[in-house]
Design a binder for this molecule. Structure first.
Ligand SMILES: [Fe+2]
Ligand SMILES: [Fe+2]
Length: 164
């Protein structure tokens, strides 16, 4: 499946989320490196959907896509040095779930996907569905690549500065 085929499928199931003014706010928040929360969530949804399609696992596609798109719907800049979200890694999943429940409504699969996506950091929030496991894996893969790309970009810009 090509990237544009994956995107088309995501838009079919969750165009309402992707085009909602509130969800578009996630374009303003940085996730890793220079990647916005919006782009991060879209990459995670694409990878999770690709893994689901290729593995042949029977999943609720609409839930898979919605849970992936909303898993980091915490709506604040987690890089800002503010006391109330110092424990971002441990707390943002619950906040994202509450925001998503309020703005879009969630079924049981989507709730568990969002709530448990930081597993095993949050050991008590266990992924109970195949969709939750796919999100957990896709999030870690995308997050790692985004962090490495961010590190590479800052190393290169530092080297350029030192050479000039
Ligand atoms: Fe997250
Ligand atoms: Fe994430």
């Amino acid at each position: 499946m090509t990237l544009s085929e994956l995107y088309t499928e995501i838009e079919e199931y969750a165009g309402d989320i992707l085009n909602s003014p509130k969800y578009l706010l996630t374009k303003n928040y940085c996730q890793h490196g220079s990647i916005s929360v919006y782009d991060h969530c879209l990459s995670v949804a694409m990878l999770a959907l690709k893994m689901a399609n290729e593995s042949g696992w029977k999943v609720e596609k609409e839930s898979l896509i919605r849970g992936c798109l909303l898993h980091d719907y915490f709506l604040y800049d987690w890089h800002a040095d503010e006391k109330w979200h110092r424990l971002h890694g441990f707390t943002h999943a619950k906040r994202a779930m509450k925001n998503a429940q309020h703005d879009f409504g969630l079924n049981k699969i989507e709730q568990n996907m969002i709530f448990s996506h930081m597993f095993p950091l949050n050991l008590t929030h266990f992924p109970r569905y195949k969709e939750s496991i796919l999100l957990c894996v896709a999030d870690k893969v995308c997050g790692s690549f985004e962090t490495i790309d961010g590190l590479k970009a800052s190393l290169f810009s530092e080297r350029r500065k030192n050479q000039s």
